[in-house]
Design a protein around this ligand. Structure first.
Ligand code: CDP
Length: 213
């Protein structure tokens, strides 16, 4: 990989994009940014201020003041934070305020891997490698359900599936930077793949794409 290589990975919730992005970053010795955490943190800060998640002024204020150190907060990882994130993520001013942070991260020495919903389409449209990762709704809900169970949380599978589909629709149907496959993105369906198999498949796709270019 060139030292300035950017790998953009997009896809819906629980598609395996985060796990894949982290592994590719470790494999190629590149920096890694989970951009979903930015939106999750904005939602956390709006809620902490006692404001409604769809309040543009409060959300812009939170996005402008976002402290990168606070992204390690374990509370950001849960499903409620993900749902809240998808509400602030619809606000154009929030997306604009987070753009430069993501772009400057992408220019990191040694290259970077970013994962999210709009990395290949908006944040880094010139990324060297773009991958769109997806899986069937049922496979994704099964993964999320297992994550809940491993944390000792009891929740019906149907509820997990319903929540996931609601968030998918919000992300795909919003007016700004909707979730969609970027032009030129490699397509990876992880429905029947575990994390190791998805990683191996992505490496093959990247290898083929680089030989063609
Ligand atoms: O990990 P998971 O895929 O469940 O969620 P996430 O990547 O942390 O993203 C949480 C929410 O943030 C998504 O549902 C999107 O609404 C929003 N998001 C976005 O709009 N753009 C991004 N680049 C990343 C996340």
């Amino acid at each position: 990989m060139r030292t300035s290589t950017i790998i953009a990975i997009d896809g819906p919730a629980a598609s395996g994009k985060g796990t894949l992005a982290k592994r590719l970053a470790a494999h190629f010795g590149m920096a890694y940014l989970d951009t979903g955490l930015l939106y999750r943190a904005v939602a956390r800060d709006v809620a902490a201020a006692g404001d409604a998640l769809d309040d543009p002024a409060s959300a812009l204020n939170a996005a402008s003041k976002l402290d990168a150190q606070s992204l390690d907060d374990p509370a950001l990882r849960g499903p409620l934070a993900g749902d809240a994130a998808s509400i602030v993520a619809k606000i154009p001013q929030v997306r604009a305020a987070l753009l430069e942070y993501q772009r400057s991260f992408a220019r990191a020495d040694g290259g970077a891997v970013l994962d999210g919903r709009d990395i290949g389409t908006v944040v880094c449209p010139d990324a060297d490698i773009k991958i769109f990762v997806t899986a069937s709704d049922e496979a994704r809900a099964t993964r999320r359900h297992m994550e809940h169970e491993s944390r000792g949380e009891t929740i019906a599978f149907e509820k997990v599936l319903e929540d996931l589909r609601r968030r998918d629709s919000r992300d795909k149907e919003r007016n700004i930077a909707p979730l969609e496959q970027a032009a030129g993105a490699l397509f990876l369906d992880t429905t029947t793949l575990d994390a190791d198999q998805a990683f191996a498949a992505a490496l093959l796709l990247i290898e083929h794409a680089r030989r063609r270019s």
